[in-house]
Design a protein around this ligand. Structure first.
Ligand SMILES: Nc1ccn([C@@H]2O[C@H](COP(=O)(O)OP(=O)(O)OP(=O)(O)O)[C@@H](O)[C@H]2O)c(=O)n1
Ligand SMILES: C[C@](O)(CO)[C@H](O)COP(=O)(O)O
Length: 385
């Protein structure tokens, strides 16, 4: 069964306001749409993601989708959500999809569990939607803001997205009802055609960002859906003949240099490993094997940048890092601020989140004898849980 995702993001976001449409505004440091695209692009059961976008939004889209694998070139949407979906379905004609998941670009907090459940139910029943059973008593309003009646809520659900269907069936019904333009979700068309649609219980956090206050709520939900991971790193390099060392990106004149395959920046290596550790994603030697000639003499910022990008790619952020350099000489103190600044810039985080410390080992051991430098680091990373 091949499943593809169709993300509708061609709306103007008028109710949310702002200088750019809501789907391109920032939520937790990245565009709303990037979070939505990533949820599907990185889902193991989704083989491709197509997005429908508004006129003139090509650059905003390119920035939001940058580096995400499996995202197809976008197509232009229509005046209403329904016509945007139909255009997307048409563009998917050559993809060989069995199941298509139609999802609002404005719902960035969709979970992998819900995507899985909608795919399973749609594969079994032909159509399935994420939805929430009503928890509140329902009132119908009459003129003047008073209550006309209480509406029985038994059996009522709030329809959300993703909504999954057999591709050829949903394409057929969208073509069939193309003139109506009054259907606010895709299940409505399936229902109108007399087909069954299964209800899959959604997560309450899968809100649609509609009004400005939804950004505040989404930011809180995002925060609570993150887990904090801690990783540690340790590295040692021996001295050899030379006139300077590179520590945490800063060149420091010295009586010796550090020996190594790369620039031997022992502090940056320990920090890079701490980040890989927090991600549980191998170590520096695995990502940049010393046996590979292309890394000979490499600047260590390449390694640190790679680790920081992996964090971003997984929707996380580096919260804090703390490095301790162990040596008798050179003195680290005079270079501490330059080191913090260099590391913060490479990782793209604030200076206040980077600590660099140093200690001697009281002339004990190999660092005490001046044979080399050791460094250890701890990094805390927030990742989607
Ligand atoms: N012509 C349209 C209208 C809406 N959408 C998409 O459908 C989803 C749900 O629509 P809504 O939340 O109403 O978004 P907007 O139409 O952008 O909002 P507004 O009505 O406030 O302008 C959004 O991801 C939106 O981008 C779309 O692709 N094409
Ligand atoms: C598809 C939808 O998100 C399901 O709740 C909703 O109907 C979209 O409505 P909108 O008026 O286009 O925001």
């Amino acid at each position: 069964m091949k499943s593809v995702a169709l993300i509708v993001a061609a709306g103007k976001g008028l109710r949310a306001g702002g200088e750019i449409p809501k789907q391109y505004q920032e939520l937790g440091g990245e565009p709303v749409l990037r979070r939505t695209l990533r949820a599907f692009a990185q889902h193991p059961a989704v083989s491709a993601v197509l997005c429908v976008i508004g006129e003139g939004h090509e650059e905003l889209f390119a920035a939001a989708a940058e580096g995400l694998e499996g995202v197809l070139p976008p197509v232009r949407g229509g005046a209403e959500r329904q016509s945007s979906v139909l255009r997307g379905l048409k563009a998917l004609e050559g993809e060989g999809a069995d199941i298509v998941l139609i999802h609002d670009g404005a719902r960035p907090l969709v979970s992998a569990r819900v995507i899985d459940d909608v795919i399973s139910a749609a594969s079994e029943k032909g159509g399935a939607i994420a939805a929430l059973p009503l928890a509140d008593t329902l009132k119908r309003e009459k003129d003047g803001g008073t209550i006309e009646e209480t509406v029985p809520r038994a059996g009522l659900w709030r329809a959300q997205t993703p909504q999954g269907f057999r591709y050829s069936d949903i394409h057929d019904v969208h073509r069939q009802y193309a003139e109506r333009e009054d259907m606010t979700d895709d299940a409505s068309l399936f229902e109108a055609a007399g087909r069954d649609v299964a209800l899959v219980e959604d997560d309450p956090s899968n809100i649609k960002i509609t009004r400005p206050k939804d950004f505040v709520l989404a930011a809180r939900l995002l925060e609570s859906a993150m887990e904090t991971r801690t990783g540690s790193g340790f590295d040692v390099h021996a001295f050899e003949e030379g006139d300077h060392v590179t520590l945490c990106g800063v060149r420091i004149p010295h009586t010796h240099k550090l020996k190594g395959h790369s620039d031997a920046d022992v502090g940056m290596h320990a920090l890079t490993d701490a980040i890989y550790g927090a991600l549980a994603d191998g170590d520096i030697g695995q990502h940049f094997p010393p046996s590979d000639e292309q890394w000979r003499g490499a600047k260590s910022h390449v390694f640190l940048n790679h680790a920081a990008e992996l964090v971003k790619k997984r929707g996380g952020k580096i919260i804090h890092c703390d490095i301790t350099i162990m040596c008798e000489a050179p003195k680290v103190g005079p270079h501490r601020e330059a080191m913090r600044a260099a590391l913060a810039e490479i990782m793209g985080i604030d200076l206040s989140r980077v600590a660099v410390k140093a200690t001697t080992t009281e002339k004990l051991g190999f660092t005490g004898r001046g044979e080399g430098i050791a460094a250890q680091a701890v990094a805390s990373v927030a990742l989607p849980a």
